[in-house]
Design a protein around this ligand. Sequence first.
Ligand SMILES: Cc1cc2nc3c(=O)[nH]c(=O)nc-3n(C[C@H](O)[C@H](O)[C@H](O)COP(=O)(O)OP(=O)(O)OC[C@H]3O[C@@H](n4cnc5c(N)ncnc54)[C@H](O)[C@@H]3O)c2cc1C
Length: 560
Amino acid sequence: MYDVIIIGAGIVGCAVARALSRYQLDILVMEKGADVAVGATKANSGILHAGYDCAPGTLKATLNVRGLQLYKTLAQELGIPHRMNGSLVVSNEADTSAGLAKLRALYDQGIANGVTGLELLDATQTHALEPNLHPSVNGALRATTAGIISPYEAAIAFAENAATNGVRFLLETTVTSVCAADNEIGYVVYTDRHGAASAYHTRVVINAAGTESGVVANHLRGLTRPTAFPGSACDARHKDIPPVKIHPQRGQYYLLDNTQRDLISHTVFQLPTHKGKGVLIAPTVEGNVLLGPTAEAIDDNQRANDPAATATTRDGLAEALDKARLTLAHVPIGDRITAFAGVRAKHNGGDFIVEEMPEGFISAIGIDSPGLTAAPAIAERLAELALTHLARSERAGSPLSPPGEKFNDPVLKSNFINQREPITRLRDLPPDMQARLVATKSNDAEGMRPAPFDSPVYGSVVCRCETITQAEITEAMRRFAALQNPATASQPVAICDQLKKSFAAIPANLDAIKRRSRAQMGRCQGGFCTVRLVELISREHAIPEEAVTKNGQGSEIVQI
Ligand SMILES: Cc1cc2nc3c(=O)[nH]c(=O)nc-3n(C[C@H](O)[C@H](O)[C@H](O)COP(=O)(O)OP(=O)(O)OC[C@H]3O[C@@H](n4cnc5c(N)ncnc54)[C@H](O)[C@@H]3O)c2cc1C
């Protein structure tokens, strides 16, 4: 029996896994994608919002400000790339005083939310800070506490550190149903993995399924029965819980090459509208520039990682570009290197929902923007609810775990490791270090394990656009594998006999390597390095090249 099963390995699931990994608990994370950070977390603006644009008194406002504060320590501990570059909300309304009144209202809202570092700027001050703005910009609200972060690397960092501390990640594992357990202790989580059905018993479920958090929450109402387990205890004990509905909303972007790194230094927003924060111009931590996102309602049944939901459209990209042209004097669109879309998990109520309903079933619902910024604070709340439930049920005594047998209250680990090192990037090192690493023959240098074959691993550049070496690719593959096999993880206890298939680690895929190493993220978008990467993945995992995938089963790219 697990103490906690977390459904969904986006930024919220990974952050709460890391928060709970401080305690002596058996924790399993189930993710239907072929990596962590494959939903909304992989495709967003990457902004650490200051917190002025959430209505005062909302959970969004509170958790935005708290999350931003928590990242200060977390980013240091976990080596997450970020930069506190500040943000501007610019006005170019023809009626200058009407625009300034809207900026003033945002300023006041920020003060009410406890945001510091806010100042109102006139046209001259604004253009002095950002010379490439459109001449019509006539004022701005500056927030010096805002920043930018790599969203997927943040989730990967949380996940890696959680795994170091004993949390296991089950990838390509879809939760098909969750039911109250027969014996009234905890829940049974039913899964499908490559066609194999399994069931897991747990004291606490944390629902961090993003656009599917509504579907997962609705399982409990007893409406979905796990077909593979006809005699299961999937009753409708909780049928009176109000149903949850998520309305997905797509945002499309253009990404400009890092040759445009000096285009803008702050993140620049337009005045918000009823649809959201509007189209922004944002530098990324890697030196690229984002233009977008749009805000389009899509079919309610689409999910954050459905190809149809994340497809870009001619109209959507045209809208993003037209709006960007209101902010910048000149948009160097000829330097775009790709376009992409992300999907927000909008909920009718508008606010985040972080609640325990019913006991031991804890959900994060409607986590749209600023969910990335708020994630550490959402995780803090989710963890607190889980720990309180575990302590409460332990005190009440349970037939499965008599008081005192395992823990009286969840206990902190004495050997918790709070640090995680990012992958060493050759290109960022001083020349003498580069020379030393290039001279080594295997990943053994710097304490790494041997490379799959003998070659100058740091001297072999695989991705030319981003200067990523073979050593970095190897390290990315091994970190991916380590998520699924943490050294300290306890043995799984699944109810049905599918253990081998259910727990086998999946090999790294091209997108997983991209998010960890940046290979394929440059100007050629993998045109030159994909063949080499397929070869490296095949050799590292001892699988045929035809089995190497882009992003999990069904996306094999070498056809024979
Ligand atoms: C266009 C856009 C721009 C944004 N910009 C910002 C920004 O600049 N700053 C900011 O703070 N926030 C921003 N956000 C919001 C932020 O990206 C999200 O709030 C955050 O990523 C949500 O994380 P999550 O973990 O809740 O969801 P997700 O990242 O979607 O993760 C949920 C995971 O659950 C998995 N899952 C779902 N169902 C199941 C199942 N049945 N079984 C197993 N696994 C399942 C999914 O595969 C997915 O990986 C933006 C969002 C979008 C879309």
